[in-house]
Design a protein around this ligand. Structure first.
Ligand code: MN
Length: 184
């Protein structure tokens, strides 16, 4: 299986070329430095989740389209075989389960939050919604300065076109699933 930085590099290069964008222009619309984008395209950099979202938002492509290869029509997924994206020194892990599908307009991730950790997410494209289902522990979602505690087995839907925070307030690990819906 191809390493993640190589996959990201190929996807980024393909999308940039298909839009006829220079690295300078891509840096301008994403807010990510030209040097970093060049390193990413060469597969020399393992970008953070925040950087990937900046590129996703700037290019108006799904998060998954940056990290996944084309999937077959039947897709069986084993969590053990997915290498997670990590942030906050490994306290926040994202496992891409099902990549974005142009016809279905959603993608699904498994996420893990270490005890008493949190992750800040920038706003996604206009109209994007997130559906979060908590399978273990408790997750607090903060959005528009409101905090929504979601316990094991429960779920929340929220507009994700504004900044939001995922937080685990408990001394044990939190796990769950995120479905991200893209309206266009
Ligand atoms: Mn988000």
């Amino acid at each position: 299986m191809e390493q993640l930085p190589r996959k990201i590099g190929k996807n980024l290069y393909r999308i940039r070329k298909s839009r006829g964008l220079s690295l300078d222009k891509l840096a301008e619309i994403t807010g990510v430095s030209k040097a970093m984008l060049g390193q990413m395209e060469r597969g020399e950099s393992n970008p953070t989740i925040t950087t990937l979202w900046k590129i996703s938002n700037g290019l108006r492509v799904s998060f998954s389209s940056l990290i996944e290869e084309q999937s077959p029509s039947v897709s069986v997924v084993s969590l053990q075989e997915i290498s997670p994206l990590m942030e906050e020194a490994g306290e926040y892990k994202v496992y891409p389960l099902f990549p974005f599908d142009q016809e279905k307009k959603f993608e699904i991730f498994h996420i893990e939050l270490a005890p008493r950790s949190s992750h800040f997410s920038d706003a996604h494209h206009p109209g994007v919604e997130e559906y979060v289902i908590v399978s273990d522990g408790t997750m607090e979602i903060e959005i528009d300065e409101e905090v929504y505690p979601i316990h094991k087995g429960n779920a929340i839907r929220f507009p994700a076109d504004r900044p939001h925070i995922y937080r685990n307030p408990a001394p044990s690990q939190t796990r769950g699933y995120i479905l991200i819906y893209y309206p266009t």
